[in-house]
Design a binder for this molecule. Structure first.
Ligand code: PMP
Length: 444
């Protein structure tokens, strides 16, 4: 829309030239503060990133100590005590005792790494024809071209589609708008994958999935039985399972990793965000023993690598964050949080069609017509308007569009730090209701 008004230019390339953002200068607990001293309650954990709270001095201290001792060493030349110790702790935390951890700088890089790892694993096993990755519609796995190829959200992919190698997609369970009318749907969604694997299973290297869908579907929880069926199908066809826990990992859903809700042991877990709670850019690929063995006992080297793999300062941040999660029992706190129950209050609002999620990862889906579940037109940008009003009131939300068909469908993703108190939850819920009502009154 060339004639939409533009925000004032900044030297750092912004996400959007259409809106200006306040200047953040400080964080403390669940709050962020801007340069004007305005306080915001971070109900989105930025983007489901912060889990331990902002401004924890112990994390800054661990990072400073590491930077003073050794800021960086390249993984072709060295490993470091901090990366080794953190990897050991992480394997234990994930329940992958004999596996290995590949550290990256972001979720997208971790996804790229996992896709390549799956491919190389199959080649090591003498199956070079396994080149495909199956994934799901309405998923999100990252912004880089490989991760985008397996992502299923139309709006995020469209512009780049001519540049990516498209991959096979199956439907994603979406209870509020269930493709199978919630009748035996766990089996029916899994059967879609079964059909793809029957047809071209010997060409498939891996299946990648978010155990609970994050950014693009707003914390949609799959029906019981679905993930187990999918894992069995993959095992039967020699296809690796990659659980993308970039958003759901590190306690966010009330378990160390979300797959634990369904007692699932994937072949690979991909994670980022909560791993360092935003204190450093960090991601990780947690690989099970059979994958590590295949390469270690096969060709002997993973044909992949980035300069900042296992960065000492970032892994120091991650390690200190994991200790904090343990010491403060934050996973248990997320599991027992009254947050989801409080959000149920939103259902009374005219525009709130669904409230869904687990632990401290929740989605609120808006509809223009509740009985018909009709979404607002995309141009209305309902969720974005709610987030803008809430921000004015000192409440930060994560608005998203496209949950219905990649274009229409508005939702909020809510993922506060686990240190949020009951009083802060109550305040946030009432501010959120006020913000939604304000936007409703204008969008009749
Ligand atoms: N996978 C999932 C499930 C995500 O939610 C995201 C980020 N929203 C990514 C991958 C990409 O992570 P990053 O933005 O750190 O590259």
């Amino acid at each position: 829309m060339p004639n939409q008004p533009r925000a004032q230019r900044t030297a750092s390339f912004p996400r959007s030239f259409l809106k200006s953002c306040p200047v953040a200068v400080r964080g403390e607990g669940v709050y962020l503060f801007d340069a004007e001293g305005k306080r915001y309650l971070d109900l989105a954990g930025s983007a489901a990133v912060n889990f331990i709270g902002h401004g924890v001095p112990e994390i800054a201290q661990a990072m400073a100590e590491q930077a003073r001792a050794l800021e960086f060493a390249h993984t072709t030349q060295f490993t470091t005590p901090v990366a080794e110790e953190f990897a050991r702790e992480l394997l234990e935390f994930a329940g992958f005792p004999d596996g290995a951890v590949y550290f990256t700088d972001s979720g997208s890089e971790a996804v790229e790494t996992a896709l390549k790892l799956a491919r190389q694993y199959q080649v090591e096993l003498g199956q070079p024809d396994r080149t495909q990755i199956v994934s799901r519609n309405q998923s999100y796995h990252g912004a880089t071209l490989g991760a985008l190829a397996v992502s299923g959200n139309r709006r995020r992919r469209e512009l780049y589609l001519p540049m990516v190698r498209d991959s096979e997609k199956v439907s994603i369970p979406y209870c509020y708008r269930c493709a199978y009318g919630c009748k035996d749907c766990a089996a029916k969604y899994a059967a879609e994958l079964g059909a793809v694997l029957e047809k071209s299973g010997k060409k498939v290297a891996a299946f990648i999935f978010e155990p609970i869908s994050g950014a693009t579907l707003g914390a949609s929880v799959p029906p019981n039985g679905y993930l187990q069926s999918v894992a069995e199908l993959c095992a039967r066809h020699g296809v690796l399972t990659i659980a993308d826990e970039v958003m759901t990992g590190f306690g966010r859903t009330g378990r160390n990793f979300a797959v634990e809700h369904w007692k699932l042991q994937p072949d690979i877990i991909v994670t980022a965000k909560g791993i360092a709670s935003g204190y450093a850019p960090l991601g990780a690929v947690i690989a099970s023993r059979k994958i590590v063995d295949a390469i270690a006992n096969g060709s002997g080297a993973f044909v992949h690598g980035m300069t900042y793999n296992a960065h000492p300062v970032a892994t120091a941040a991650g390690r200190a964050v994991l200790h904090r999660i343990r010491d403060q029992h934050l996973v248990e706190k997320a599991a027992k949080s009254p947050f989801g129950k409080k959000l149920e209050d939103l259902r009374m609002l005219r525009s709130v069609g669904d409230v869904r999620g687990m632990g401290l990862l929740w989605g609120v889906e808006f509809v223009a017509d509740k009985p018909a579940k009709r979404p607002y037109r995309a141009e209305v940008a309902f969720a974005e308007k709610v987030a803008a009003v809430a921000r004015g009131r000192g409440l930060l939300l994560y608005p998203m569009r496209g949950c219905v068909d990649g274009d229409a469908g508005d939702h909020l993703l809510l993922a506060p730090p686990a240190v949020i108190t009951d009083e802060q939850i109550a305040w946030a819920a009432s501010e959120l209701i006020a913000a939604i009502e304000q936007v409703e009154s204008k969008e009749r």
